[in-house]
Design a protein around this ligand. Structure first.
Ligand code: SF4
Ligand code: SF4
Length: 160
């Protein structure tokens, strides 16, 4: 029986041409990527716009008369899947008006490390008091830095 034909071997020239073609292909790809538009931006000099539905740091809103909209009902705390909100409700001191009802949030905290920014607190709030703003520059040197207190939430952070 005749032996099967041996595969054709590439000579030295074949290897050289194939190597040069591979090199040219790689170089072409590098050059095209070098001049392609970038998806990144040199932060913080340039900040990319968020999608309109982006959910960032929370704020507690006030009404047009300056009263706090939060009435301390605790619905946001109850609905939060990450257990990130703590509300301490109280009755307004005698003669004082804090919110637009007799009850208000004496203390309010959002743990921004636990929070998954789902927006359920915003959806559950009956007075539209807690809102998620586009602010996303969240950083701190300790865990405690990442817990937003009521005073801070009443002064919403603004993106530069
Ligand atoms: S956005 Fe979601 S996870 Fe964050 S505090 Fe609100 S309900 Fe909780
Ligand atoms: S933020 Fe809204 S849901 Fe949460 S305690 Fe205040 S009023 Fe209730």
């Amino acid at each position: 029986m005749a032996a099967p034909p041996r595969p054709r071997r590439l000579g030295r020239l074949g290897f050289t041409i194939r190597g040069a073609m591979g090199l040219a292909h790689g170089l072409g790809m590098t050059l095209s990527e070098l001049f392609a538009p970038r998806d990144t931006a040199p932060y913080p000099e340039k900040r990319l716009e968020h999608a309109p539905r982006f959910r960032g740091k929370h704020m507690l809103a006030r009404g047009p008369d300056g009263h706090e909209l939060c009435v301390g009902c605790g619905l946001c705390e109850a609905v939060c899947p990450a257990n990130a909100i703590r509300v301490v409700a109280a009755s307004a001191p005698e003669g004082a008006t804090v919110s637009w009802t007799e009850r208000y949030a004496a203390d309010y905290e959002v743990d921004l490390i636990r929070c998954i920014f789902c927006g359920m607190c915003e959806e559950a709030c009956p007075t539209n008091a807690v809102r998620l703003t586009p602010f996303n520059e969240l950083a701190g040197f300790s865990r405690a830095d990442m817990v937003a207190r009521k005073e801070e939430l009443l002064r919403p952070a603004v993106r530069k």
